[in-house]
Design a protein around this ligand. Structure first.
Ligand code: CDP
Ligand code: CDP
Length: 230
């Protein structure tokens, strides 16, 4: 059966990675979490005191980029790939609110984007990939056969992310999560290089009132029709 490229973009915490993983599993495709790559570079910058709450040494980050290696290794038990920073599994560390509070600034740096976009394009060159992020349908795979753009209200998204962080035993307030979701939306959609925007031919899905199951079924049905039109 022909293999296609599926690009899923959208605002923070809209359920992109959940549905992308489900789609990849159902179709036998590879799932790539592009946001995890920006988060891993951000973790490096935090670990090396390049970025903190009130300072960001962009030039130093650029000068050290050659020593930042982001990779994925499949976790057979979980059934999907986890992200590694210079050989260390950082899947948990990159999901903290602190990383979320710094990542959009790191993702504004063009040299960081060029490095990661090249890597993403390599990972998807055989097709049969579901990749989620902010610029997948516009910059990484502008020719993707199927593009989705996910939205939901900021409050719905913040509630979902807050619940997730509490389950991970992180001490955060709902207000801090909402502020983070809204400020990332703003930085991500107004930056100069590859801003978050809906590709002209992307299908918009507002999942504010969709369960995970309904959301998956909606996207899967559309994907099946594109893969197997007859
Ligand atoms: O999971 P969540 O929606 O919170 O974010 P993510 O997908 O892990 O992405 C984290 C951040 O990385 C985003 O807020 C963007 O600043 C950046 N990002 C990007 O610029 N381009 C991408 N393709 C993916 C993520
Ligand atoms: O990747 P992204 O940041 O867009 O979102 P996610 O990590 O897939 O989803 C964020 C949280 O929202 C997860 O805990 C999902 O289970 C939840 N979610 C939900 O409850 N209902 C949806 N329709 C979509 C996501």
């Amino acid at each position: 059966m022909k293999k296609i490229t599926i690009a899923i973009d959208g605002f923070s915490s809209t359920g992109k990675s959940t549905v992308a993983k489900q789609l990849a599993k159902a179709l036998g495709y590879v799932y790539v979490d592009s946001g995890a790559m920006y988060r891993a570079v951000t973790l490096y910058a935090m670990q090396h005191q390049i970025i903190s709450k009130d300072s960001f040494d962009v030039d130093r980050l650029i000068s050290e980029l050659d020593s930042v290696k982001v990779s994925f290794t499949c976790n057979e038990q979980l059934g999907f790939a986890e992200v590694y920073l210079n050989g260390t599994n950082v899947e948990n560390e990159i999901r903290t609110l602190e990383v979320s509070q710094n990542v959009s600034q790191v993702a504004e740096v063009s040299k960081v984007r060029r490095m990661l976009v090249n890597q993403q394009q390599q990972m998807g060159k055989e097709k049969g990939v579901v990749m989620d992020g902010r610029d997948i349908g516009t910059v990484v795979f502008p020719d993707a056969e199927l593009k989705f753009f996910m939205t939901a209200s900021a409050e719905t998204r913040a509630k979902r992310r807050y619940k997730e962080l509490l389950e991970r035993k992180e001490e955060v307030s709902y207000e801090a999560v909402l502020i983070n979701v809204e400020s990332r939306d703003l930085i991500d959609s107004t930056r100069e290089d590859s801003p978050l925007m809906k590709a002209d031919n992307a299908i918009e899905i507002d999942n504010s009132n969709l369960s995970l199951k309904a959301q998956f079924e909606t996207l899967y049905d559309i994907a099946q029709k594109v893969i197997n039109p007859y």
